[in-house]
Design a protein around this ligand. Structure first.
Ligand code: GLA
Length: 404
């Protein structure tokens, strides 16, 4: 009898542990896509989504790797229906969501939605609290491939538990979903979210500025450099399938070309999810060229999946390194300051090492070819001192290519 009970408990345990998981193998490299929030807020509709889907294909974003089109807050009607189901706002989405999602899928893209663990979303629409399984079944029936799950109006609920509940609800609904945790780093998700979501926000909201704080009263949004400087010491928890998320990008939203270039380079160095936050339908050529630079994207998407970090700082110069698969390295010289930086970099005087991959280089036993990823040119080798001028708020981003 006891033996039978043991077997039963074992089977039960197996079933529970199988059912309680996130979808694996969905984000082996940082997710790439577009999200409506940074530019449009809640002012979203069917024509916008179709136009963005068209631009993602037409302007080469999809082929550069941006695959998810995500609708953020504001897609819902103010109330659930009489059965408790979420309803898309009929004025914004007169043909419903299925029609729209089918359109997005027909373009070879994936589709994502936003909701919130609280009773209401941050913009006051119905949240998922108490409706997690019902909402997950709705998303599955619509073919939703990505869920950004926010943290407003959550009262005293426990973050880890709330995100696990939604993870389990998505898994039970059986349609693979990338689960994007968005609680701004308040509950240290890097300590518990690895098996819960595929990416988790590490900070409050980003703002389209270099080094500013925008104070909104009870909360602030932050410029690019502020976000980069927050949350030191969490790079070890990032890796294939689970990424630190420093927020969606603000490239094309008003910063200078130098700042946009630095922003993109740093997100790539950090192995951050690359989520476009601009109106790509009207992007300038300069913006488009930044966002579709495949050599920089390759640094972000490198299969080794190590988050790079700064290893050297002297006044306004910060030097970042990210080990890449096969022994290459990405190196980024960031000029944080407001004047030109005249760089003279002796490789042998700056050995690099990474405590995650255990890769290291002292540039004495090996010589690397140097590829300038923004000029897209080979510019010499590590056997000579590198001389360059880095403009203010800009970068020199390099790939060191190991001789085979
Ligand atoms: C929070 C998130 C943002 C966005 C808004 C929507 O502030 O951090 O990214 O989703 O909510 O209301």
């Amino acid at each position: 009898m006891q033996k039978k009970l043991g077997v039963l408990l074992f089977l039960l345990g197996t079933i529970i542990s199988v059912s309680a998981q996130k979808f694996e193998n969905l984000a082996l490299t940082p997710p790439m896509g577009w999200n409506s929030w940074n530019t449009f807020g809640t002012d979203i509709n069917e024509a916008l989504v179709m136009g963005i889907a068209d631009a993602m294909v037409h302007d080469g974003y999809r082929d550069a790797g941006y695959s998810y089109l995500v609708l953020d807050d504001g897609w819902m009607a103010r109330e659930r229906d009489s059965l408790g189901n979420l309803v898309p706002d009929p004025a914004k989405f007169p043909n419903g969501l299925k029609h729209l999602i089918d359109y997005v899928h027909s373009k070879g893209l994936k589709f994502g939605l936003y909701n919130c663990a609280g009773s209401k979303t941050c913009a006051g629409y119905p949240g998922s609290r108490g409706h997690e399984y019902q909402d997950a079944r709705l998303y599955a029936s619509l073919g939703v491939d990505y869920l950004k799950y926010d943290w407003c109006n959550t009262g005293k609920i426990n973050a880890e538990e709330a995100y696990i509940t939604m993870r389990d609800a998505l898994f039970a609904a059986q349609h693979p979903v990338v689960f994007s945790i968005c609680e701004w780093g308040d509950n240290q998700p890097w300590n518990w979210a690895k098996d819960v979501g595929h990416l988790w926000r590490t900070t409050g909201d980003i703002a389209p500025c270099w080094n500013c704080e925008e104070n909104h009263g009870s909360w602030s949004s932050w410029g690019v450099l502020r976000i980069v400087d927050m949350r030191k010491g969490i790079r070890k928890v990032a890796g294939p399938g689970h990424w630190n998320d420093p927020d969606m990008m603000e490239i094309g939203n008003g910063m200078s070309t130098s700042e946009d270039r630095a922003h993109f380079s740093l997100w790539a160095m950090m192995a951050a999810p690359l989520i476009l936050g601009n109106d790509i339908r009207s992007a300038t050529t300069a913006t488009k060229e930044i966002l579709t630079n495949r050599e920089v994207i390759a640094v972000d998407q490198d299969a080794l999946g190590v988050q790079g970090n700064p290893f050297w700082r002297q006044e306004d110069l910060e030097i970042w390194a990210k080990p890449l698969q096969g022994g290459d390295w990405a190196i980024c010289f960031l000029n944080r300051g407001d004047t030109d930086l005249h760089l003279k970099h002796d490789w042998q005087a700056h050995p690099i090492s990474d405590d995650i991959s255990k890769n290291w280089e002292n540039f004495k036993s090996a010589v690397f070819q140097i590829r300038d990823l923004w000029k897209q040119q080979t510019i010499g080798s590590t056997s000579v001192v590198l001389e360059a001028v880095v403009p203010p708020h800009d970068v020199l981003m390099l790939r060191l290519i190991k001789s085979k």
